[in-house]
Design a protein around this ligand. Structure first.
Ligand SMILES: Cc1ncc(COP(=O)(O)O)c(C=O)c1O
Length: 437
C-alpha cells in the first residue's frame, strides 16, 4: 500500500487541466503516476518549490537540471530584466552572442565555433544532421539508456523494456515514441555502454556508414552511469581513426561537475558538444559547437541548414552570460561539491541504517537513487534491474514530508541555492520517509 499525500488543490487543477491539455500536462513526465495526478506549483524560490496546496518542498528535481543556480537566481533575473529593456530581441545578432560564444570556447577544449538554438531535442538533432552532412554518411551510433531528446533521429532506446530490446551485448533500437518512421531505426545502432568489445566490433564493421557516435559522457539519464577510463578513450580513439564524428551530449552533464565539460579533465575531447539545461540559467537555451571544419558545415558556410527565429534569443543569451559569470567565480564548484558530499554520504548512511538496499550514484550536482541495487551499475541493463516500485514509495513518502524528488526521473539534483541547512533538513525528512517504507 502506497502512502499518498492528499493534495486536493493540485488534484482539482489537474482534473481541470485534463479538459484542455492532453493528460493534463505539457510534458509526459509531469504526470506523477505514483501520485495519480500532476502536481501544480505556484512558484519557486532558490532551493524550494511551492505547490498549489500551500506546501513547501526542498526541490531535488531543479527543473530536471536546468536550475543549477536555483530558482530565480538574482543574476539571471537581472539579465532577463536587462533583456526586457533591450526590447526582447530575437532574430537579431548582437555583441552578446559573440561574448558568450567566446567564453564557451575558453571553457570547452576543442571548440572553435558555436551555434545557439533552443531545446535539447533540436540540439542533438541538429548536431547529428551536421555530422551526417560533414561525413556524407547517415548512420548514428548511440548507447542504450542514453537520452538525447524526443527527436526522430536519436529517440531510440532511452529506457526500453529489456524484454523488447534484444540481447544485452547486441541491443536492437527501440523507438521511444509512436510516429517515428520505422525506417529511421535502420540508421541507428544501439550499443551497451562501457562494452569495449561491442564498440570496436560495431564501429569497425560500420565505418563506411557511421556518421556519428553520440553519447552522454556522464549518463545521468540512466541514474549517473560513469564511463570507464578505457572505454571513454577507446570511443575517442576509434572514432578518430575511422573518421566518425564524436558528439558529447552534455545537455545534462555540462557544468555539473565543474565549469565546462564533465569529462574534459580526462583529456578526451569530442568533435562536437551539445549543451542545454543549466547553461541557460533556467531559460530554454541550447548550444551545439565543435571543431571548425565540422561546424562550418552549417549554413550559410556549408550545406547543413541551421536556422530559426528564436536561435540565440537575446533573453536566453544574456541569461547564459549571467550563468557563466556565476559558475566561473572562484569557489563556486568547491561549495557545490561540499553540498553533494554531505547529501550523498547522508543518504547512504540512512539507507544502510534502515536496511534499505539503495545504491546512491552521486556524480557532481546530480544523483541517482537505485533502489534494490547494492553496487555501482555500468550499463542500462544493470540499471533496469532496480526496484521502481520502492523508488515510487520513497518519492511519495518524501513528498508528504516536504522533499520533492521527481517521480520516475532517472536523476535528481541539487543547486547552488541549497544550503547545508537544506541538506540537513532533507536528510531528516529522508530518514523519516525511509522509516515509513
Ligand atoms: C542528455 C540530454 N539530452 C537531451 C535532452 C533533451 O533536452 P530538452 O528537454 O531540452 O529537449 C535531455 C533532457 O532531459 C537530456 O538529459
Amino acid at each position: 500500500m502506497k502512502e499518498r499525500p492528499d493534495l486536493p488543490e493540485s488534484r482539482r487543477l489537474w482534473e481541470r487541466a485534463t479538459k484542455s491539455l492532453p493528460g493534463g500536462v505539457n510534458a509526459s513526465a509531469r504526470l506523477d503516476r505514483a501520485l495519480g495526478h500532476a502536481l501544480f506549483f505556484t512558484h519557486g524560490e532558490g532551493a524550494c518549490l511551492y505547490d498549489a496546496d500551500g506546501r513547501r518542498y526542498v526541490d531535488y528535481c531543479m527543473s530536471h537540471g536546468a536550475a543549477l543556480l536555483g530558482h530565480g537566481h538574482p543574476a539571471v533575473a537581472e539579465a532577463v530584466r536587462y533583456a526586457l529593456e533591450l526590447g526582447v530581441l530575437c532574430a537579431c545578432e548582437t555583441e552578446h552572442q559573440i561574448t558568450v560564444a567566446e567564453r564557451l570556447k575558453e571553457l570547452f577544449p576543442g571548440t572553435d565555433l558555436v551555434r545557439f538554438t533552443c531545446t535539447g531535442t533540436e540540439d542533438t538533432w541538429h548536431a547529428a544532421r551536421v555530422a551526417r552532412a560533414f561525413t556524407g554518411r547517415m548512420g548514428v551510433v548511440k548507447f542504450e539508456g542514453h537520452y538525447h531528446g524526443v527527436n526522430d533521429t536519436a529517440g531510440f532506446s532511452h529506457w526500453p523494456d529489456p524484454d523488447q530490446a534484444g540481447p544485452a551485448d547486441n541491443p536492437r533500437p527501440v523507438a521511444e515514441s509512436a510516429g517515428i518512421p520505422p525506417h529511421n531505426a535502420d540508421l541507428v545502432t544501439v550499443l551497451p555502454f562501457n562494452d569495449e568489445e561491442a564498440l570496436e566490433r560495431t564501429l569497425r564493421a560500420g565505418s563506411e556508414s557511421i556518421a556519428a557516435v553520440i553519447m552522454e559522457p556522464i549518463n545521468y539519464d540512466s541514474c549517473g552511469l560513469v564511463p570507464t577510463e578505457t572505454f571513454l578513450r577507446l570511443v575517442r580513439d576509434l572514432t578518430r581513426e575511422l573518421g566518425i564524428v564524436l558528439i558529447y551530449d552534455e545537455i545534462l552533464s555540462g557544468f555539473r561537475c565543474g565549469p565546462g565539460s564533465a569529462v574534459a579533465n580526462r583529456d578526451v575531447i569530442p568533435d562536437m558538444t551539445c549543451l542545454g539545461k543549466a547553461v541557460g540559467g533556467g531559460m530554454p537555451l541550447s548550444i551545439f559547437m565543435g571543431r571548425r571544419d565540422i561546424m562550418e558545415t552549417c549554413t550559410p558556410v556549408g550545406p547543413a541548414l541551421h536556422s530559426g527565429t528564436y536561435n540565440a534569443h537575446l533573453t536566453l543569451v544574456l541569461a547564459a552570460r549571467a550563468f557563466l559569470d556565476v559558475v566561473c567565480a572562484p569557489g563556486f564548484y568547491q561549495g557545490l561539491g561540499q553540498l553533494g558530499e554531505r547529501l550523498y554520504a547522508g543518504i547512504r548512511e540512512i539507507m544502510r541504517r534502515r536496511g534499505i538496499p539503495c545504491w546512491v550514484q552521486g556524480v557532481g550536482a546530480r544523483f541517482g537513487l537505485l533502489f534494490g541495487l547494492e553496487r555501482e551499475p555500468r550499463n542500462y541493463r544493470e540499471v533496469a534491474a532496480q526496484d521502481l516500485d520502492l523508488a515510487d514509495r520513497f518519492h511519495l513518502a518524501c513528498l508528504e514530508r516536504g522533499v520533492f524528488l521527481a517521480q520516475g526521473s532517472p536523476h535528481h539534483g541539487y543547486s547552488a541555492a541549497h544550503t547545508a541547512r537544506d541538506i540537513d533538513d532533507t536528510l531528516e525528512i529522508m530518514d523519516r520517509s525511509a522509516a515509513a517504507l
